[in-house]
Design a protein around this ligand. Structure first.
Ligand SMILES: [Zn+2]
Length: 271
């Protein structure tokens, strides 16, 4: 059994749900993200949040996968703060849904001032509604700088407990600092960029497995919804203990996500 705690199933086919279930996936969490195009109105986000809370859980349940989600306006579409705040106003009505785990994936894309303003507005939303947070960190050369800006903003905000925040897409040069500052951290397994299964296994060998999880972040771009079982396979090939493999792909996500009181792994196939 495994959990894929970060995968964008709105961009994947129903066949992918079936393949993931056959590979042992019992639960997923799907953060709101940039869907490949900019939405032209706040209503577009309302529709998207309805898909994430109604359509996708039904599609996943066909194959016995428990589907959960995190809601936000992603940093790419948050460059217009007035527009972004209108979207933020929609979110509270969805926080009551049984499958909504918190606010995410919020963060920074280009580390801009507007992005930071809306990031902080999301932190306040999480604090006001006692929600957990899933954070996206920028890619490539901006990653270390963006990751530090994000952690400083959370610290300065002062209300959120780092133990209830996961910083995702960490790499070799950011993982240590994220863990040392008390956060949970996610390794995103992409075929080329971010972390390959091999690099993730290297990171576990160097930094241990406490407060770390792996995810596929499968989306509309080049990505692999079976990346988590492939990483488990790579760890097995290297002789890691089954308990270690289970820890990063099941026990750790279960422990972090169970803090929401809403996370489940026990859906019976409905098809
Ligand atoms: Zn994502």
């Amino acid at each position: 059994m495994y959990i894929d705690p970060h995968v964008h199933m709105v961009s994947r086919t129903t066949d992918d749900y079936q393949r993931m279930a056959l590979a042992g996936c019992v639960a997923i969490t799907e953060p709101a993200f940039w869907a490949g195009y900019d939405r032209s109105s706040p209503q577009g986000f309302h529709d998207y949040f309805s898909v994430l809370t109604e359509t996708e859980p039904k599609r996943a349940a066909q194959y016995g996968i428990a589907h959960h989600t995190w809601l936000c306006i992603n940093p790419k579409e948050a460059e217009d703060p007035v527009f972004a705040r209108e979207v933020l106003e929609i979110i509270p009505e969805f926080l009551k849904c049984e499958s909504v785990l918190g606010i995410g994936e919020i963060g920074l894309n280009k580390n801009s001032r507007n992005e930071l303003e809306i990031f902080e507005a999301h932190l306040q939303l999480a604090a006001d509604h006692d929600q957990m947070v899933l954070v996206h960190t920028p890619h490539l050369e901006d990653k270390r700088k963006g990751t530090r800006l994000i952690m400083d903003a959370i610290k300065n905000h002062g209300v959120l407990d780092p133990n209830r925040v996961l910083i995702d897409h960490v790499e070799e040069h950011t993982v240590r600092e994220v863990l040392d500052r008390g956060y949970w951290a996610g390794l995103t397994l992409y075929p080329d960029t971010k972390c390959t299964p091999q690099r993730a296994a290297d990171i576990f060998e160097m930094h241990g497995t406490d407060r770390l999880w792996i995810n596929s972040a499968g989306d509309w771009g080049p990505s692999d919804p079976l990346a988590v079982p492939k990483c488990r396979d790579e760890m097995r090939r290297r002789g890691h203990l089954e308990a270690t493999i289970r820890k990063v792909s099941f026990d750790n996500p279960l422990e972090f996500l169970s803090q929401t009181g809403k996370f489940r792994t026990d859906v019976q196939p409905t098809r």
